[in-house]
Design a protein around this ligand. Sequence first.
Ligand SMILES: NC(=O)c1ccc[n+]([C@@H]2O[C@H](COP(=O)([O-])OP(=O)(O)OC[C@H]3O[C@@H](n4cnc5c(N)ncnc54)[C@H](OP(=O)(O)O)[C@@H]3O)[C@@H](O)[C@H]2O)c1
Length: 272
Amino acid sequence: MIQFVEAKGFKIPLVGLGTWTLGGRDCARLVEQAIRIGYRHIDTAQMYGNERAVGEGVRASGLRTEVTVTTKIQPLLLAPRDVERSVKESLAQLRLDVIDLLLIHWPNPRVPLAETLSAMAKMKREGYARAIGVSNFTVALLEEASKASSEPLVCNQVECHPYLDQDKVIAACRKHGMAMVAYSPIARGQAKGDELLARIGQAHKKTAAQVCLRWLTQQGIAVIPRTAKIERLEENLAIFDFDLSDTEMKEIAGLARRGGRIVDWTYSPKWD
Ligand SMILES: NC(=O)c1ccc[n+]([C@@H]2O[C@H](COP(=O)([O-])OP(=O)(O)OC[C@H]3O[C@@H](n4cnc5c(N)ncnc54)[C@H](OP(=O)(O)O)[C@@H]3O)[C@@H](O)[C@H]2O)c1
């Protein structure tokens, strides 16, 4: 059974499927299979170019109403007119009734945040999205967004894994009553070869990747690991039948290091 984290009355499953780099029929099949075996959250984005395939997989599962589908507005389309147009386009690509969770993919300082949030709130009120949130937001931006938004912001999706100390962002999410969703939760596969995670895993009969995902979910952080391999879908979901001890949790936290970030989430002039 999947567990959830709740933020402002909105439930986000603790494990979801990331879909960046997936596309076409393989993506649709993987999404369908993931939902069949118990996944209840699928993460996509306008920038991934796979909303159509993700929607196909969700529909084919026959379990649409049980699944949370997240998509994200790309940073070039954060002006109110573009928000409205692109969200309608996302929904048309997905061919679903509603976007469950609509996020700003990356902040864009060239567009006033309050205007974007107000356009997203309008989309929510008009029934295009069930909930809204942000991604790649710093502590300062979370503060600004929380003040500016007329609708509850339910999550901040950021890079989060043992090699990166995200304690400040986690604390800011808690302060604002937002869930933290970890992207690249197994550090793009790096966790697989980690000696400490593997040793801890041996004691629990789990793999290093499972220990890594458990470390996050045990802190109430939702994870969206990506895999293109059907056989790994089960592995990444089977993390709720063991607990890490306090000592193990601290040992894993000790893996954080300078330069542990994989994705550069600073503003890029390419977006102008
Ligand atoms: N909001 C944002 O800006 C943002 C940025 C980055 C990512 N994301 C989202 O977060 C999702 C996940 O992040 P990510 O794709 O960067 O990295 P990730 O999920 O940490 O790692 C994916 C890599 O790990 C491998 N892997 C998956 N499960 C494994 C397992 N059990 N054992 C060993 N290796 C395993 C996969 O290879 P195989 O395919 O061979 O299994 C893949 O190469 C993305 O797909 C996307 O949906 C969002």
